[in-house]
Design a protein around this ligand. Sequence first.
Ligand code: TRP
Length: 450
Amino acid sequence: MNEKRGSFKSSIGFVLAAAGSAVGLGNLWRFPYLAAMYGGGTFLIIYLVMAVTFGFSLMVGEISIGRKTGLSCIKAFDKLNSRFKWLGILNASVPILIVPYYSVIGGWVTKYMMVYLFGHDKEAAKDGFFNSFISGSLQPAVYFIIFFLISTIVILMGVQNGVEKVSKILMPILVILTFVVAIYSMTIKGAAGGIKYYLVPQAKYFTPKTLLAAVGQLFYSLSLAMGIMVTYGSYMKKDTNIEKSARQIEVFDTLIAFLAGMMIIPAVYAFSGIEGMTSGPGLMFIALPKVFNSMVIGRCIGFLFFLLVFFAALTSAISLEETVVSVYCDQFNINRKRSVVITVITSMVLGILSALGYGPLGAVKLLGMQFLDFFDFISNSVIMPVVSIGICIFIGFVIKPSSVKEEVECNGEKFHAYGLFYVMTKWIAPVLLTAILVTSILSAFGIFSF
Ligand code: TRP
C-alpha cells in the first residue's frame, strides 16, 4: 500500500487488492473450525445472512469514510469529527493484537509445509500428531519466530510488492486447489453425514454464542472493524462503484470460506465422526493430513496446499504488520525503524505466549482460555464489536447515513441498497451487537451462561 492516493487504476484493481487482504487464514483456517464447532449449517446460515446485511453495510461505510477523507483510519475519524479520534485509534489498534497470533498460526502452516516437504506426511495423518506438536515442546514458538521474522524481513527490505505479485499468481491456484480438494472430500466414504451437518441448519444450535462467533468471524474475514477498509477506501478513485465493489469482495471472500468448510468438515465427519467437530483451532491441521493421506499423490498435493496457504498467510501477515508499524509511527511520532522495533518486541512477547499456550504455558489461563484463544476472543468478540458499534453510531448519528450515500453516489451511481444500509447502521446493527456483546462478556466472566 505504498501507492499514492487514488492509485487503484480500475475498479477490478480495487476489488482484487481488497479481496487479497480479505482472503487469508480467516477463510481457510478459522471459518471451517468455527462452523464445525457451532453447529455447521446453523453457523453457515447465520454467517451468510449477517454477511449480506451487516457485513455489507459496514464495508460500504468504512470504504466511504476512507474515500471521502482520503486519509487513513485515525486521521479520517479525526477529520470528520475530532471527538471521535479515539474510535480511529481503537480501530487501528486491533491489528496489534491480531498480528502475534496470526503469525503463530502462520507458524503452524510453516511446520506442516516442512512435514510434507520432508515426507513425514504419514505420521501427520495419525491421531495425536497435531496435539503433540502444539503441546509437546518449544517447536510452535520456533515456527512462530521463523514465520514472523520472514514477514518482518520483507517489511524491512520494502519488498512487499514483490511478495504481493507472487501471491497474486499463487492465489488463483489456491482457490482451484481448494475447490478440487473440496470435491474430493465430499466423495470420501462416510462424508455424507458431514455434508448434511455443514449444510442443514438445526434449531438446537442457534444460541447467542453462535451469533457472536459468526459476527466475530465476519469482522475477521472481511478485514472489517480494524481500519483496513478505511485505508483501502482512501486509495479508491471517485469513479469506482463502492456498492458493487463491496458486494464483489464479500461474495468472493464468502465463497472461499464456504469451499474451505466443504474441504474440511465432510472429511472430519468421515474420519472422526461428529465428535471431531469440536476440535477447535487445530481442525484444519488434524483433518487435512488424513484427506491427503487417502489420496494417490497426497504428499505432493499436501505440500502444494500448505505452500499456497503459507503465501496467503504471509501476505496477510505482512499487511497486518505494516498497519501496526504505521500506527506506531503516527501515534508516537517516531520513525519507521523505531516503529518496527516496537512492533517486533510487542509481537514477539504476545506471539510466544500464544505459541506456548497449549504446551509449556498450558497451566496459565485468562478467563479460562489459553493465550491464543484469549487474544482471539478479546479482538474478535470484544474490541471489534465495540468498534463496529462505534462506527454504526458514528455513521448513524454523527456524520449521518446520508453523507455515506452522497459519497457512494458522487459519481452519478445510485446506492441501490441504501434502505438496507440505513436501518442496518442506524438501528439493527448497534442494538443487536450490543445485546450479543453484553451476553457474551457476562458469560465469559461466568456471570451468565447459555
Ligand atoms: N481477513 C484476513 C483473513 O481472512 C485477515 C486480515 C484481517 C487481514 N485484517 C487484515 C489481512 C488486514 C490483511 C490485512 O485472514
